[in-house]
Design a protein around this ligand. Structure first.
Ligand code: FAD
Length: 509
């Protein structure tokens, strides 16, 4: 039995939502994965009279496609989509059966209008929390447009293919046999990458806002909700709605929520903002801010200029790079930034984690359960929480090297080593390895504000108690500010503060 009793009972409720017949076509051989895959298809068919199973021959074995009667959708799973991909399988079954995918009509129309033939392949791992979003988005595209097909390839089952393509990060998407993109992408981001996104003309005639928020993480979402609830005209521009939360796995410290996962929280943030009259402009980057006589103007990278009486900056932060020779060259060729996502691709290998703070130590602990050996390089001493330090020091396959300054990440076509200097003796050392995880904290997304807003030494926006910056009418919130601590709940609180500060400013001016 592939599905346990608990999953079956949950699944049977979902399968009741199916609206029509679905044909699963299985391409199987004599190997164990093929047998398990066939067993899974048969278990699904036994649970719903809407599911029929037939044998076929597909490009990859073992794999199976999910189709409408008499019409192939192009949705294929190569491998068994359990783990994080199980949701992708359930959604594919429901959507192929006739249930409408959750997407704005504008996006659905953009997908249907695609004329080119696109054959997508997503290399995924079942433990990758970023992969399902990409798999599900491409499945929806495949479902809505007969010119598009999509196969999810489980890298653990198709190891030779992954090695031949030198894939060292998941999800990695190929389009018509060529590398397309790597990392988490939403449906809108995929369309933008295909050149089917909105252009500047869509922003040309927008009326001025009362509050324009730049940044769509927890701080921006909270500021948007607080502003819109005052009944004032509110807009939000975000490069990537959800922010850092999208890259977070388990969240256990958002008060009143015992446990959630980043992508889930990002989805509920967006859902909550959409309850109100907020103009959401996702996948748009701001590049310049200027205070004019009547309004503050924010120019976007697409050339559009948005006007507003007040602006709330909530552009958050991003992963800090190691900034050493070799980092750019070997990104996705052995250098990774997400231990949860890419760890399984380094199973049985030797990896280095750069960073002795909480994120470095957490990554080392996580990786120690998967890889053969982890070397943790800390620039000074290990500075993580005591509980994490105790845990990492107890692991037999983790070596900790303190006072290690990384000089270079070495490799030929992919990473094969790291050179570091012992900061106490000045001696250089070389470690041979197959993977490097960079975990050295974050950097504020404020470069675009350097000439206009007062920033502190590390580039954080300087704010006062009501979130005001040095520019009248411009407020800031969250990780992009000089607030001492950076957390989701703190960002949400400061987003609310900035929104109330902006509202007070509007009343008085
Ligand atoms: P962000 O979340 O960084 O959002 C910034 C927003 O601004 C994004 O939408 C981004 O696309 C957008 N943006 C950036 N530049 C521009 C631009 N020029 N134009 C337009 N938009 C722009 N915190 C916890 O409380 N609990 C945890 O368990 C936890 N775990 C974490 C795990 C990881 C791996 C990481 C990286 C962080 C974690 N944090 C956790 C910290 C938490 O995620 C952040 O404190 C929080 O997300 C900050 O919210 P924010 O809205 O200020 O910024």
């Amino acid at each position: 039995m592939i599905l346990d009793a608990e999953i079956k009972s949950q699944l049977s409720q979902y399968l009741q939502l199916m609206e029509g017949e679905v044909h699963i076509k299985v391409s199987s051989g004599t190997d164990q994965v093929s047998k398990d895959m066939t067993a899974l298809a048969e278990e699904l068919a036994a649970m719903s009279s809407n599911i029929k199973v037939a044998q076929t021959e597909l490009e990859r074995t073992p794999s199976f496609s999910i189709n409408r009667p008499g019409e192939d959708t192009g949705i294929t799973f190569a491998g068994i989509p359990l783990g994080h991909e199980f949701t992708s399988l359930v959604l594919a079954l429901l959507q192929v059966s006739g249930r409408a995918p959750k997407a704005d009509q504008k996006i659905i129309d953009q997908i249907k209008n695609i004329k080119d033939e696109y054959r997508f392949e997503t290399y995924a791992s079942l433990s990758c929390h970023n992969c399902p979003d990409v798999v599900q988005a491409l499945n929806v595209m495949s479902l809505l447009n007969p010119n598009i097909t999509h196969t999810m390839v489980d890298g653990a089952v198709f190891k030779e293919e992954v090695e031949a393509k030198d894939i060292m990060a998941v999800p990695t998407v190929y389009l018509n046999g060529e590398f397309f993109n790597s990392g988490r992408m939403s449906l809108e981001e995929i369309l933008m990458n295909l050149g089917s996104g909105p252009d500047a003309s869509e922003f040309a005639d927008k009326d001025p806002y009362d509050v324009l928020i730049v940044g769509g993480g927890p701080a921006g979402a909270s500021a948007a909700i607080y502003s819109a609830r005052k009944g004032i005209r509110t807009g939000i521009v975000a490069d990537r709605f959800g922010g850092q939360v999208l890259d977070t796995v388990g969240i256990e410290n958002l008060i009143t929520v015992n446990y959630t996962e980043g992508p889930k929280l990002a989805a509920t943030l967006e859902e909550h903002v959409k309850q109100y009259d907020v103009d959401i402009m996702n996948l748009q980057r701001a590049k310049h801010l200027e205070r004019k006589t009547d309004f503050i103007e924010v120019e976007l990278e697409n050339g559009a200029v948005l006007k507003s009486k007040t602006v709330i900056l909530s552009t958050g932060a991003r992963w800090r790079n190691a900034d050493v020779p070799g980092e750019k060259e070997f990104r996705n060729k052995g250098i990774a930034y997400c231990a949860h996502c890419d760890g399984p691709l380094f199973a049985g290998k030797h990896v280095v984690v750069i960073g002795g703070g909480n994120s470095g130590v957490e990554a080392a602990i996580d990786l120690a359960g998967i890889v053969k050996h982890v070397t943790l390089l800390a620039r000074s001493e290990v500075k993580a929480d005591p509980v994490l330090c105790d845990r990492v020091r107890s692991l037999s396959n983790v070596t900790i090297i303190e006072q290690a300054q990384v000089m270079e990440i070495n490799g030929t076509d992919k990473v094969n080593g790291v050179t570091y200097k012992d900061r106490q003796t000045g001696e250089e050392h070389h470690i041979e390895l197959q993977g490097v995880f960079v975990q050295i904290g974050t950097i504020p997304n404020t470069e675009w504000l350097q000439d206009t807003v007062d920033l502190n030494r590390v580039g954080e926006v300087i704010i006062d108690k009501s979130g005001s910056t040095n520019i009248p009418g411009v407020f800031a919130a969250g990780d992009c500010t000089d607030s001492k601590f950076k957390q989701i709940i703190i960002s949400m609180g400061s987003g609310a503060t900035a929104a109330l500060g902006a509202f007070e400013y509007l009343i008085r001016n």
